[in-house]
Design a binder for this molecule. Structure first.
Ligand SMILES: [Zn+2]
Length: 455
């Protein structure tokens, strides 16, 4: 037994000396409640040795065949894992303090720009006739309200204009004859009826007045745009005969557009009306267009397994072109308990507990975070009086926030969670038969001091 003790002391470097000193010179404030008793128990023949990096375990001291470090006696500290500065350094251990941050999950969704269907309209022929001239000749051109779009030859209009001019002359003659009475009144009524007919046919009042003042009927009448927008479809060509009400052009106002986003089925529950959305377009790098969720399709697209979400976007300068692909983020606000906050519902959004994603070890059925429950204590001369202590916590996680993830249960604000090197802790727990990520159930016979004893 003495030989077993001697060999490490002779051969080992400073690190193991520190380790051994810890076993022997532990202060009474030592955190491991059962450490002194264990130190005694471990002095039996059944002692186990493990490499400081926990890659190997053996019944005898020696050098680890994996990493070449000298093996040290194994102790059982329950689910608490002490690690010395050297071990922490070798494993690149890092910890980070858990904070509460504003709970906003950025839900990514792809989609495309579409014209706002509510801002779409048709320029129609309000009279039948032949289109002798089109002032709007291609799709994509913008037409302003009241701009002329076509000149139409409308026989119906020509005869109606002539009737008006005739009726007007008759009325003027009746008035001039001085007969008065019913004769003049009838002439007046006929004149008013022909004038009203032209107006009802759709001729603007100023055009009717012009016809009356110069006494000439127009062969061609100009059709004006009753809505403004960009021509989406041109339905006619020069020379076409059209009937009253026929569509000449389909125009759409692009000063506001829609982004139609596709949200995957499993994420659709996080999307609510009124959530802020940031839309980016690959062709306009660096520009972020901000809008709000204005419609969530109540029906799932069963072929693509997506729910369509509409976002209204201002587009005064026309940079968002219908058809363009967009890459968007829906800003899903969370309430303090980490659940989705519905902007139109009660309550408010809040701050949530967030840990770096690297802190969470995902074992499939369950997730673990290792927490440093006790910092190491180092003397002013740099000697480590006791190691840092780590413990596993089973956690439930929620949404991702940036590089972090929301923790719903299992840890508290201010906890120092391990973000790197967790597997060193996990392997020590496995070694001592304690529940770990890899082996959730404690091993039946952890480190039986008499098992595997060959000497
Ligand atoms: Zn090793």
């Amino acid at each position: 037994m003495r030989e077993l003790f001697k060999r490490p002391f002779v051969a080992l470097g400073a690190g193991v000396v520190v380790g051994a000193l810890l076993l022997l010179v532990v202060p009474s404030t030592w955190l491991f409640r059962n450490a002194p008793a264990e130190a005694g128990a471990m002095a039996s023949d059944g002692r186990k040795w493990a490499c400081p990096m926990f890659c190997t375990m053996s019944d005898a001291p020696g050098t680890c065949p994996v990493c070449g470090m000298d093996m040290e006696p194994v102790q059982d500290h329950g689910s608490k894992v002490p690690l010395l500065a050297r071990q922490r350094f070798m494993a690149g251990m890092r910890t980070e303090v858990v904070k509460r941050v504003p709970g906003v999950h950025r839900l990514r969704a792809l989609g495309h720009i579409r014209h706002d269907e509510r801002l779409m309209g048709h320029l129609t022929a309000w009279v039948s006739g032949r289109l002798d001239r089109l002032f709007v000749n291609f799709t994509g051109v913008t037409v302003a309200q009241d701009a002329k779009v076509a000149a139409i030859y409308a026989p119906e209009l020509v005869s109606a204009q002539e009737e008006l001019l005739t009726a007007r002359r008759a009325r003027d003659a009746a008035t001039a004859s001085g007969k008065g009475g019913e004769f003049t009144r009838n002439a007046d009524l006929v004149y008013a009826a022909t004038r009203r007919r032209l107006l009802l046919l759709g001729l603007p009042e100023d055009v009717v007045n012009a016809i009356e003042s110069d006494g000439k009927a127009r062969d061609h009448i100009e059709i004006q745009a009753n809505v403004s927008g960009t021509v989406l479809i041109k339905h006619v060509n020069t020379g076409d005969y059209v009937k009253t009400g026929a569509k000449l052009f389909t125009v759409v106002d692009l000063s506001r557009v829609w982004a139609i986003l596709e949200v995957f089925e499993e994420q659709a529950g996080s999307v609510f009306l009124g959530q802020d959305v940031e839309v980016e377009v690959p062709s306009l790098p660096g520009d972020v267009f901000k809008g709000r969720v204005s419609f969530v399709d109540p029906v799932l697209d069963t072929r693509r397994r997506v729910v369509r979400v509409r976002v209204d976007l201002p587009n005064k300068n026309g940079r968002l072109k219908p058809g363009t692909f967009v890459d968007a983020h829906i800003l899903v606000a969370l309430s303090e308990d980490g659940r989705v906050h519905d902007p139109s519902g009660p309550g408010s959004s809040g701050n949530v507990l967030v840990v770096p994603r690297s802190a969470v070890l995902d074992g499939g059925d369950r997730k673990l975070i290792y927490v440093m429950t006790q910092e190491s204590d180092t003397t002013p001369t740099g000697t480590e009086r006791w190691p840092a202590i780590y413990e596993p916590r089973e956690v439930r996680t929620g949404f991702r926030i940036g590089d972090g993830v929301v923790v719903l249960t299992g840890i508290d604000e201010g906890d120092a969670v391990v973000t790197r090197g967790q597997f060193l802790i996990d392997s020590q727990l496995q070694l001592t038969g304690k529940p770990s990520l890899m082996i959730p159930e404690a091993a039946a016979a952890p480190l039986d001091p008499h098992a595997g004893h060959r000497r």
